[in-house]
Design a protein around this ligand. Structure first.
Ligand SMILES: [Zn+2]
Length: 66
């Protein structure tokens, strides 16, 4: 059973650690930001996380840049 990196949740993007383009597992997660609890509207925000398949490093990026 070979690993298939062409699934819809795996993309090629540049890894800062590897210094080149590698396969990443991508997922969308909702993170609760307790630091902003007093502002309920922004207490939960969607993040796009990607994990490098080569070095295992994880990158998170907030999706709503409003
Ligand atoms: Zn990497």
């Amino acid at each position: 059973m070979g690993r298939n990196y062409n699934s819809e949740n795996t993309i090629a993007e540049r890894c800062e650690i590897c210094g080149r383009e590698t396969s990443h597992d991508v997922a969308i997660v909702i993170k609760t930001e307790s630091k902003k609890a007093k502002n309920a509207e922004f207490s939960r925000e969607p993040y796009r996380t990607s994990q490098c398949q080569v070095c295992g490093s994880t990158h998170s990026q907030r999706m709503n840049n409003a």
